[in-house]
Design a protein around this ligand. Structure first.
Ligand code: 13P
Length: 299
């Protein structure tokens, strides 16, 4: 671990090497001081909320209204990113005015070349993009169609490539319903399966984990705050044991799965929920209310 100074702020990072061209939002991640929570002392983690537009909207004419929803967010107490569909990334990059950033929904595992249909991290870097989302369950095979699943091994290769190229990553994990029905131990075992190949890459300054139970995605069924909290806490405890207590304390874990303006305040009150990855509600003006809810809860 070493200290880096951005402007007047000291920022703790656990990177082995300084990231290339660190964006402002990265600097703010560790700009907060320690706070007491219950009987534990935790480094306060800057909340982070992402809007995953998935394969929406249909027409380019609809994109500006969605950009307005992102630009309406107050990012002073919460980092914000948006994941436009691949075709629309270029329509959004450069149009965000409130400090939010673009994070494409997927990327390739290598550079440019003969990779039809792919998006290279190198192309993103050249466009000024600093974050990318990988590992969404809709890419891990929960797609409703027999498309090839992205394996844990492939995702580890992608994450290494992303970090090597100086970008930051939202790494999504989560369990399907049959595993949830077996209880927390089974859920944790599934999350560990998805995290173990990347555990040495979990730099809290550059990687955010998005825990998204598959059964809550797009269903209107949200994990209860207690259910989400105990899962986040179990993931954090595993990281503390398998990586280090400092990484566990610093890394941000977002909740995703039917998060909306109504349930965000209660979920935000949970100590191990550091933000949201929002699908449907990120296409609506209420997205700014979700950002405001977690910023208020963690202030
Ligand atoms: P919903 O918020 O629509 O349930 O989607 C969650 C999600 O998959 C975000 O990546």
């Amino acid at each position: 671990m070493h200290c880096m100074t951005y402007g007047t702020r000291h920022v703790r990072t656990i990177s082995r090497e300084p990231p290339v061209d660190p964006p402002n939002m990265l600097a703010r991640t560790f700009a907060r001081t320690s706070a007491r929570f219950g009987t534990r002392t935790l480094a306060t983690r800057m909340p982070i909320v992402g809007g995953n537009w998935k394969c929406n909207p249909k027409t380019p004419e609809e994109v500006p209204a969605l950009i307005d929803n992102i630009n309406a967010c107050d990012t002073s107490g919460c980092e914000v990113y948006v994941c436009p569909s691949p075709l629309h990334v270029g329509l959004v990059q450069g149009k965000l005015t409130s400090g939010a950033v673009v994070a494409p929904q997927n990327c390739n595992f290598t550079g440019c070349g003969a990779y039809t249909g792919e998006m290279a991290v190198d192309q993103m870097a050249a466009m000024g993009i600093t974050w990318v989302l990988i590992g969404h369950s809709e890419r891990r095979g929960e797609f409703g169609l027999p498309t090839p699943k992205e394996s844990n091994e492939l995702l580890a290769t992608k994450l290494k490539y992303i970090l090597d190229k100086g970008l930051n990553c939202v790494f999504a994990i989560g369990e399907p319903l049959p595993i949830r029905e077996k209880g927390l131990d089974a859920v944790l075992a599934e999350c560990v399966e998805q995290l173990k190949d990347v555990k040495d890459l979990l730099d809290p300054a550059r990687v955010v984990i998005a825990y998204e139970p598959v059964w809550a995605i797009g269903t209107g069924v949200t994990a209860s705050p207690e259910q989400a909290q105990e899962t986040h806490a179990a993931i954090r405890a595993w990281i503390a044991k398998e990586v280090s207590p400092a990484v566990a304390e610093g890394i941000r874990i977002q909740y995703g799965g039917s998060a909306n303006a109504k349930n965000a305040p209660d979920l935000s009150a949970m100590p191990d929920i550091d933000g949201f990855l929002v699908g449907g509600a990120s296409l609506k003006p209420e997205f700014a209310d979700i950002v405001a809810a977690i910023a208020k809860a963690k202030a």
